[in-house]
Design a protein around this ligand. Structure first.
Ligand code: NI
Length: 173
C-alpha cells in the first residue's frame, strides 16, 4: 500500500489527456491499489490516475456510504447514452481542495470499461454514481469541474487555490 501525492490545480499535468491502457496487468493493478489507498486517505469518493501524475485511462471510485468498502475500478472507460435530463450536485475535487460548486451533468449514462481483472463490463449509472463517473472521466480529458463555471467564478477559485498553495506553514514550538 502506497499513498501517493495528489496533484492540485494549477498544474499542467492535470490538463494532459490520458492514454488508453493496452492490457490490465500487474503494474496497472498495483497502480489501482495505490490510487484506492490514496483516495481513501484523502476522504475522496473518486480518483483518476492523472491526479497522481500517471496519464493512463484508469479511475477508482467508492461511493458507498456505509463503513463497508465497495471499491470500483474502471480501465479505458467510455460513456454512452447520456440522458438529456440533467441533475445537479455540489461537486468538489481532490485536485481543487476545499472548493465546491454546483455542476449540472446528464442524470444517467452507460459506461463501458475493463474491470480490475481486465474483464469487459457495462454499467448503467444513475444518481451520484453517474455524476461521479462523469467527473472522473473529465479528468482523463484534462478537464476539471471548475471549467464549467463562469470566468469570474473560476478565477475566484483559482485565486483562492494559489493563496492556499503559497500559505506558509504556521508552527508553534
Ligand atoms: Ni476530481
Amino acid at each position: 500500500m502506497t499513498i501517493r501525492n495528489i496533484l492540485t490545480e494549477p498544474n499542467k499535468t492535470l490538463r494532459q489527456i490520458s492514454r488508453n491502457v493496452d492490457k490490465v496487468g500487474k503494474e496497472e493493478q498495483k497502480l489501482m491499489n495505490d490510487m484506492l489507498d490514496t483516495m481513501y486517505s484523502a476522504n475522496g469518493i473518486g480518483l483518476a490516475a492523472i491526479q497522481i501524475g500517471v496519464p493512463k485511462r484508469i479511475i477508482v471510485m467508492d461511493i458507498s456510504k456505509d463503513k463497508e468498502k465497495k471499491p470500483m475500478f474502471f480501465v479505458n472507460p467510455e460513456i454512452d447514452n447520456r440522458n438529456k435530463i440533467f441533475s445537479v450536485y455540489e461537486e468538489g475535487c481532490l485536485s481543487v481542495p476545499n472548493q465546491f460548486a454546483e455542476i449540472e451533468r446528464p442524470s444517467t449514462c452507460e459506461v463501458k470499461y475493463l474491470d480490475y481483472n481486465g474483464n469487459k463490463k457495462i454499467l448503467n449509472a444513475e444518481g451520484l454514481l453517474a455524476t461521479c463517473i462523469q467527473h472522473e472521466m473529465d479528468h482523463l480529458e484534462g478537464i476539471l469541474f471548475i471549467d464549467y463555471l463562469s470566468k469570474l467564478k473560476k478565477s475566484m477559485i483559482l485565486k483562492k487555490l494559489s493563496k492556499q498553495k503559497n500559505k506558509i506553514d504556521r508552527i508553534v514550538v
